[in-house]
Design a protein around this ligand. Sequence first.
Ligand code: UDX
Length: 448
Amino acid sequence: MAAATITKPHVLFVPRSAQGHINPALAFAKRLASEGINVTFIITTKLSKSAKISDCSSITIDYISDGSEEEVKEPKTIEAYYKRIKAVFSANLAEFIQRQKSTGSPAKLVIYDSTMPWVLDVAQEWGLLGAPFFTQSGAVSSIFYHLKQGSLKFPYEDSTVSLPALPTLQINDLPSLSKFMDSNQTILKLLADQFLNLDRAVWVFINTFDMLEKEVVEWMASRWPIKTVGPTFLLQQKYDKFSNQTISLFELKLDSYKEWLDSKEAGSVIYVSFGSTASLGKEQMEELAFGLIKSNCYFFWVVRSSEMDKLPHNFNSEKGLIVEWCNQPEVLAHRALACFISHCGWNSTLEALSYGVPLIAMAQWVDQNTNAKFIQDVWRVGVAIGVGENGIIGREEIAMCIAQVVGGERSIELKRNACKFKKLANEAVEYGGTSANNIQDFVSKLMS
Ligand code: UDX
């Protein structure tokens, strides 16, 4: 008698087309594949044309258009832009699901980026289950819930805010877009829509781990079927070390920086990066450049090609190395690192914590403000630099913060705390850890 063939459950994974969303989604998707799930990772046609894709053989990559690759007249408002993306993508996703139903392995579930809640509507319309994946922290997710529900009013009214399971937050700790030209705060409203239809989700995945955000995770879990699965980039390391670069919108030029880092003493280099989208003004870039020189430390600075012309004219320092892009987890894991000057994107925050690297927080927008608050006051793994009256952080302040974090009085406490979270993050993803167990539990339910 022929042995019965076991069909692997099939999951469609729909990430948002931005590096900070793709990275954690891809790591999670690959981990699911390594647990025996058949994963189709759906990226936009535009992304498929611009990104470099490698080492994704364990999953299937497929493409859907959201219309953004077509050269049409730009809609006048952000709302109109997203409305068009949503309409085109939803229609194409519906078609994709229909086509896919007639294959030998129809999908059961769609895991989608939580900032695209309409994907759940499409999935359910075609008889599939839906589960959002939050790429921001639990704390930030909870703040967006309160914004959506109206218990937190926008524009923010009070100077301090008390929300369940969160520390008291000042206005500056809350998600904001004041530094951007989004005067109606449309993007914040769209982000609050992550909670539009969450009661219909069968699971809610968050890229965090229980010991990092225990209280707020518990609070959320009392309302929704929460599953913490982070730090997702660590989930993959066992199979695929430093896998962050496998769908990359940026080119990793000659990685001779490894030699440079290898030549430095342990704990002697400041790593500086503002992620994939944040953009500093020219004056701020200059202050940062001279602050780094003033610190007299070695520094390794990622300046994306679009930002290069903001560096001071002929900027050059024998103690500094500037690159356009790097494999960030690999750099953070290097013994030469002393601290990380970061915009506090959620991935960068998790990556720094996972390698025990203290932070200097220079938050720019949205969730980064809240992440900076937690870095400084809750986890106590870094210092946050507040902007001066003119909206600029001066070179003196930058050099002073570096001195505090590298070798200053607080440096030992910060490093100790960072190392504590490194241990906890690794425990969460290892066999028997909370994130690993949550994934196991999800996989076995999906299999049954
Ligand atoms: C954004 C938001 O800031 C973040 O908080 C949100 O939840 C997701 O999207 P981004 O601003 O790009 O992302 O920052 P971050 O979240 O830190 O993600 C950047 C990613 O790019 C990280 O995974 C980092 O490892 C990677 N990176 C960055 C590199 O691989 N190389 C670099 O040189 C710089």
